[in-house]
Design a protein around this ligand. Structure first.
Ligand code: SAM
Length: 276
């Protein structure tokens, strides 16, 4: 049967190249072009954008991004078995898809970013490395970053931990770090049966855009304060932050030492980080 983009059906691509999903690589593939286009559209109009994709796999989301006229896609894939399938997509969209064979955790995305236009990152992330990749993109030494938006698929529980606010059960280190430098929203959920093989839990697409002027604060210090505070989230801050200055530090920051980590705003965490 013909497909919208004229390339073979993804199930045929997977069969032809023997791409049985590997759990160790977080491989849960998307087949439905309507869904992959919906994910890609979350990044906005793609015509002027260079898109970085992590883990193109057999290329379902890659094909959606290219079908929506992205200027260029640079995709980093760790599983060499996927390279022939991706080469077929490259041939179908000459000059538009560059595939880098390697580990995204070891890839210096900033140095690969072109300097002739905006960059977006769009990915159905492998769940085992998704949070670490997000932190790498959120915490570079200089800001604003090389990307203008991140559109990323996570397990829903991780999406909640990225987008939560104070007094929410999911509020923690990840939400403070994401909220400090970005505006982050959960856009829509994707049920397990949309993937092959289906994961155990619901997934969600998170969209993040950089804040132009995040509160001036050192990322490493903010990391240390949030790690200590949420490491003992049920304890009062004067106890959980003892090693960083405890009650004296909190009073200096104008924060009641009896409060708990989950009640503090991002701004209050930054105030503490600036005093340690
Ligand atoms: N983009 C495809 C899709 O939506 O159908 C596949 C997504 S699948 C959830 C995750 C992909 O990331 C797999 O293709 C896997 O091989 C790849 N991957 C896993 N770990 C990786 C890493 N460290 N660096 C680059 N790619 C990785």
């Amino acid at each position: 049967m013909a497909t919208i983009d004229g390339l073979p059906k993804l199930s045929d691509v997977i069969a032809a190249h023997g791409l049985d999903a590997k759990k160790s690589l977080g491989q849960n593939f998307l087949f439905d072009l309507n869904l992959t286009q919906k994910i890609a559209r979350t990044a906005g109009k793609l015509d002027d954008l260079t898109v970085f994709e992590v883990g193109p796999g057999p290329g379902g989301l890659t094909r959606a991004i290219l079908s929506l006229n992205a200027k260029k896609v640079i995709a980093v894939e760790r599983d060499e078995r996927c390279l022939p399938a991706l080469a077929e997509i490259s041939a179908h969209y000459p000059g538009k898809l560059e595939v880098i064979s390697g580990d995204a955790l070891k890839t210096d995305f900033a140095s690969l970013a072109p300097n002739d236009g905006p960059v977006a990152i769009i990915a159905n992330l492998p769940y085992n490395v998704g949070t670490q990749l997000l932190l790498n993109w959120l915490l570079p030494p200089v800001w604003p970053p090389f990307w203008q938006s991140l559109t990323l698929m996570f397990q829903k529980e991780v999406g909640e931990r990225i987008t939560a606010g104070p007094d929410d059960d999911h509020y923690g280190r990840l939400a403070v770090l994401a909220g400090w430098r970005t505006k982050a929203h959960m856009e829509f959920d994707v049920p397990p049966q949309a993937f092959s093989p289906p994961p155990k839990v619901t997934s969600t697409v998170v969209h993040l855009t950089p804040r132009e002027n995040p509160i001036d604060c050192d990322a490493k210090k903010l990391g240390r304060v949030t790690e200590a505070a949420f490491g003992q989230r049920r304890k009062m801050l004067r106890q959980s932050l003892k090693s960083l200055g405890g009650e004296a530090l909190l009073l200096q920051a104008g924060i009641d030492p009896q409060r708990r980590a989950e009640t503090l705003s991002v701004e209050e965490f930054c105030r503490l980080a600036n005093l340690v």
